[in-house]
Design a binder for this molecule. Sequence first.
Ligand SMILES: Nc1ncnc2c1ncn2[C@@H]1O[C@H](COP(=O)(O)OP(=O)(O)OP(=O)(O)O)[C@@H](O)[C@H]1O
Length: 360
Amino acid sequence: MQISMTAQKSFGAFTLSAEFTASGDRVGIFGVSGSGKSTLVSMLAGLVEPDSGEIILDGECLFSSTSKINLRPEQRRIGMVFQQHCLFPHLSVSNNLLYGFNRCPPQFRNIDFNMLVDVLQLKGLLDRGVTRLSGGEKQRVALGRAILANPRLLLMDEPLSALDDGLRFQIIPYLKSVSERFGIPYLFISHSLVEMRLMTDTALVFEKGRLVEQTTGEQLARNRIGKSQVGYINLLKLGRPSPASSLYSYPWGNSRLLLSAVSDNEEVLAELSSKDIILFKNHPVAISARNLLKCTVRSIFDSRGTNGIELDCSGNTLISEVADDAINELEIAKGNTVYAAVKASAFRLPGFRPSGKFIS
Ligand SMILES: Nc1ncnc2c1ncn2[C@@H]1O[C@H](COP(=O)(O)OP(=O)(O)OP(=O)(O)O)[C@@H](O)[C@H]1O
């Protein structure tokens, strides 16, 4: 997919100037509230008319103020999934899905209904009314309805922000696999750095209606450590835990970690903030933190007022952050050894309570 936009739109004192070219199948739009993300996608979908400019999608002109072109939303074949899933409350899951299929022009109806139901794991829910679904199930139905219309581009405007942490991490694999499986590229809008990293390859960053950066989700998160209250969120893929005294021991690549939280899953994504990793120059004699990892410094990078430290922990990667003084005192330099201490309680397992009960 390739999008070229040179479109402007003003609402009173606010002006969105969307000037960019982006290609790839997983493009992100990142920005704080009010930066113009929704206006941008509404212009793409044909729901808001730009004051001036041009919008080209895969070589086709969707809008041009000079050539007086403005394709209607249904002519653009762009699907949308919003934070609010906007399902038809009086229809069953099956009929909500078929609404998407029926909206698709006959010559483009080549998404297999049963395959989609399988991928989204909706089989057991087809006859149920949508008012009797959980938030995550509703979002899967909304996604299925949008996909069945076989759009050439799917716009997802903060589709996860109404969901709690547990559901959010359950939905992300569906969003990705549906797009891959059916070959539908997407534009993913969010103000979450974690979602940008998990969902996109390229991220366009908007501030006050202007594009200020075009980067990767990973780079975006690393560049903002010093600006973020929660720091950089390390995402650690952990295997099935086994009890270890009052804690739980999880496989993490070639090593193991002790956590106070437990999950029942085969694999789980744990969050660990860069702020919760304490570095030592030498092996400490005795500490209360239950994880002490011998690491090699891979790189040091400046991140808006703090120093990001990329660590190699037996082949796994961790990002920590330290102040300037600490760099000198610990003699942190590329290739040096440091010891990283992490408390067992510092890890977050989204959707799981410390007691180990899954939040449904
Ligand atoms: N129809 C409208 N009429 C007047 N002002 C509008 C309209 N739509 C958006 N705006 C204004 O344009 C600016 C950008 O809004 P927009 O919804 O695009 O931002 P956003 O980045 O998507 O924000 P959020 O993350 O909160 O959804 C805001 O100041 C908003 O108040």
